[in-house]
Design a protein around this ligand. Structure first.
Ligand code: HMG
Ligand code: MG
Length: 293
């Protein structure tokens, strides 16, 4: 019989990944209300927004205002996504003590997403490290396109392992492995995780599964069996990366939460509040699409 972890950490990425690709602008006050509702769910971590170029991601141009206006629940870590030193400085200015940096194992995706090569993105990380090693800052690191890239196809395991080593050397303490276009099947997820977990403990990793082809829940189930216990998700399954064609929503937080309940795994999430937050953001997105139709 399979054994599962007793606790799963859910990282709610709806306010950032869920909203970043929407065409209709979500009013800042609605984002604040959404995040405040999420704070009532007792998430261990919420990714609030990103400090990236507003020309690239106009939806999150209000990152500073949102960050300064939200309420903070005592046991929730609030994280901002950042691509470079200016992003880090802006996040620190807005009061963050947790940030997430992002890179990829596909050169073409790197160029499309951040207008630089993977090596250049590592240089940006090294620049940021000069700052973060001197202060008490928690740094999470995303690796995108870990299994499949929309431009380069299937990704070689060795490149992923090398990238994980680099991020660990930079002092990154949690690495989120992204199935950016939701193409990985459970066997593929299992194969790579077995290699990774033969080298490092599961506490270092989270999975970030987009659900384009409906494999995300099965993948999470498979990875729970291997001892992985941290997952990113978004309320209502919203999300996508504007620079990854075919990237649709993240796995819904409600789906992971129900899966965990059915397996007797604790998440600490308040179900009633979760439904309220999901309904609020879905209604807001719908209202804004009608207004801007
Ligand atoms: P760039 O245009 O190549 O470079 O942007 P730049 O450094 O020459 O800057 C151009 C302009 O952007 C300048 O302004 C800079 O000041 C400004 P201008 O002089 O033209 O007025 N700028 C910034 N402004 C605000 N905040 C900053 C910042 N940096 C520069 N931090 C850059 C390079 C990386 C900034 C750009 O390519 C960018 O913002 N990319 C972000 C792309 C993005 O957010 N993608 C989605 C998130 S990643 C994702 O979804 C995947 C994930 O979910 C995991 C998964 O699913 O796999 C995490
Ligand atoms: Mg994503």
């Amino acid at each position: 019989m399979a054994s599962y972890p007793s606790f799963v950490k859910i990282v709610e990425v709806g306010p950032r990944d869920g909203l970043q690709s929407l065409n209709q602008t979500i009013p800042t006050d609605d984002k604040i209300k959404y995040i405040n509702l999420l704070s009532e769910c007792s998430f261990p971590e919420i990714e609030v927004t990103s400090f990236v170029s507003p020309k690239w991601i106009p939806q999150l141009a209000d990152a500073d205002k949102v960050s300064r206006s939200i309420l903070h629940a005592p046991h929730t870590v609030y994280t901002a996504l950042i691509p470079n030193l200016p992003g880090l400085e802006n996040a620190l200015d807005a009061g963050y003590n947790s940030v997430a940096v992002f890179t990829t194992v596909s050169e073409t995706f790197s160029q499309n997403n951040t207008n630089c090569s993977i090596n250049e993105s590592m240089k940006r990380f090294s620049e940021m490290r000069l700052v973060w090693k001197e202060i008490d800052l928690r740094v999470r690191g995303y690796i995108s396109t870990v299994w499949h890239c929309p431009y380069e196809g299937k990704i070689n395991h060795k490149i992923v392992i090398d990238m994980i080593s680099k991020l660990i050397d930079l002092g990154i303490t949690e690495i989120s492995l992204g199935d950016t276009i939701g193409k990985a099947k459970p066997d593929e997820v299992r194969r790579l995780l077995e290699i990774i977990l033969s080298k490092w403990p599961p506490s270092l990793f989270a999975l970030h599964m987009h659900d384009t082809f409906g494999f995300a829940e099965e993948n999470i189930h498979a990875s729970l069996e291997l001892g992985v216990y941290k997952f990113d998700s978004s309320t209502g399954g919203m999300g996508g990366c504007p620079y990854a064609e075919g990237s649709s929503g993240n796995i819904a937080t409600e789906t992971i939460h129900s899966l965990c309940q059915s397996l007797g795994i604790e998440t600490g999430i308040q179900s009633k509040n979760l439904i309220q937050a999901a309904e609020f953001i879905q209604n807001t997105v719908e209202k804004e699409s009608i207004t801007h139709a």
